[in-house]
Design a binder for this molecule. Structure first.
Ligand code: DX5
Ligand code: ZN
Length: 220
């Protein structure tokens, strides 16, 4: 039942009860936690930095995946490594030196991910795909939780899957934004191997049941 990986996004959590909600999604079978770091410049919202990951690290064994929506992502790599981050997703739209920064994440001992905005051609991945463990296909324009899913994301997942196959690579492929029981099935069939889920987990007030429901919907 719980073998389709779901990464709850902390953006949808109640920040007054972070530790409790982390424990709830962990007990419900979350594969890891998705942390959205936003700088108010690269995206029109400001969230939190590595200290929130560091604060939660002693309280759960779940992998921590950091999604960097910041300019100058270089500055956050070492603090994220120190905070016990498992994987870092970087946007090529946020730096002219994506190849170098991906290498810096690897050198810091973390898994490497690349994230692309809905308006960025999938081809941008070709020169860096061999460097990464995972691709995050943004299925909303990043900045906020609870936005409407962009339907063309399904085709973009298929494009990433085809590119990976052509290059003989097997990165994980996740979607981020508007993933729920309705959208997860078509995405999984297009080649998505795991999903970030935010507001869909908390709409009902029962995140554990909602998490099991999206896992089941992915497998239909
Ligand atoms: C959006 C963030 C997402 C967000 C997803 O910029 O990157 O991780 O939390 O939230 P939902 O699932 O509510 O679209
Ligand atoms: Zn995210």
């Amino acid at each position: 039942m719980n073998n389709y990986p779901i990464f709850p996004s902390l953006l949808a959590f109640d920040f007054a009860f972070l530790q409790r909600q982390v424990a709830e999604v962990a007990a419900a079978g979350a594969a890891g936690l998705h942390f959205d770091l936003m700088d108010g410049q690269f995206v029109p919202n400001l969230t939190f930095g590595p200290m929130v990951l560091a604060a939660l690290r002693p309280h759960t064994a779940l992998p921590f995946w950091a999604h960097l929506m910041t300019y100058n992502p270089e500055a956050l790599i070492e603090p994220l490594a120190q905070a016990g981050t498992t994987r870092v997703y970087l946007h090529p739209e946020s730096t002219p030196h994506i190849h170098r920064v991906l290498g810096q994440v690897r050198a810091a001992g973390m898994e490497v991910g690349v994230a692309i905005n809905p308006g960025t051609p999938v081809d941008i991945l070709e020169p860096v795909l061999e460097l990464v463990d995972g691709v995050l296909v943004m299925s909303v324009n990043p900045g906020f939780g609870g936005q409407a899913f962009i339907p063309s994301s399904i085709g973009r997942v298929a494009q990433v899957q085809a590119l990976a196959q052509r290059l003989g690579l097997t990165p994980s492929i996740e979607c981020d934004g508007g993933v729920d029981c309705t959208t997860i099935g078509p995405l999984a069939r297009a080649g998505m191997t795991g999903a970030v889920v935010g507001s869909a987990l908390f709409r009902s007030g029962d995140p554990a049941t909602a998490l099991r429901d999206v896992v089941a919907a992915a497998q239909k």
